[in-house]
Design a protein around this ligand. Structure first.
Ligand SMILES: [Mg+2]
Length: 207
């Protein structure tokens, strides 16, 4: 289960650079505990273009990340890993790690031995859930953070991307992931009020 951080796990404070601004969204820690109990690996994937734009430093990011992890641990849950991309928008779409690029998800899959088809991609922006199309999982847009506004943009963009994802060669995906093509989960889109709602939905879809 891949989750975005800002606006999904913690409140979106717009280029958060101070650990004092870290506040868990109510229910998000409990949601991660629930997903952990379902047997999911928990991986945070976060765009941190504030670094690439020069708005804050890598050290600021690390302090905020550490405070996020501390608050989650205090609430009883530890994530498996966090991957972040410092690229500002407008980089080479072939090489950038910036979501919706699949780069960081593939990296996590290699590092942690994860199966991307069948994974869940949860976040408050379309860029958080679009990788589900490329990688063969289920995207869940949450309405916290930017989610409610992003929901308005959803239909057309996601239809386009779903069409693009459908063109991907299943045999190639199978080779990359070691999974039989027929075991791929149909890519799909869902919407939940928040991470707690997403966890509830995943629980239902998995049982
Ligand atoms: Mg976000």
């Amino acid at each position: 289960m891949f989750a975005d951080r800002d606006g999904t796990i913690i409140e979106d404070r717009h280029y958060i650079a101070d650990p004092a601004d870290v506040a868990l969204i109510p229910g998000s820690a409990e949601a991660l505990i629930r997903l952990r109990a379902l047997g999911f690996a928990l991986v945070v994937v976060t765009n941190q273009s504030g670094i690439g734009r020069g708005l804050y430093t890598l050290a600021d990011y690390r302090r905020v990340a550490a405070e996020t992890d501390r608050q989650l641990a205090e609430a009883g849950v530890t994530t498996d890993a966090t991957y972040f991309c410092t690229d500002a928008p407008g980089g080479d779409p072939e090489t950038t790690c910036r979501k919706p690029s699949p780069v960081l998800y593939r990296q996590a899959a290699r590092d942690l031995g994860l199966v991307l088809p069948g994974s869940y991609f949860v976040g408050d922006k379309l860029s958080d859930v679009l990788p589900a199309t490329t990688l063969g999982g289920t995207g869940i847009l949450v309405r916290t953070g930017h989610g409610a506004a992003e929901e308005e943009r959803m239909t057309e963009e996601m239809r386009m991307d779903a069409a693009k994802g459908a063109e991907e060669d299943p045999a190639k995906v199978a080779e990359e992931t070691g999974m039989a093509p027929e075991s791929r989960t149909e890519a799909g889109w869902r919407i939940a009020d928040d991470l707690a709602g997403a966890a509830q939905l995943i629980d239902r879809l998995e049982s």
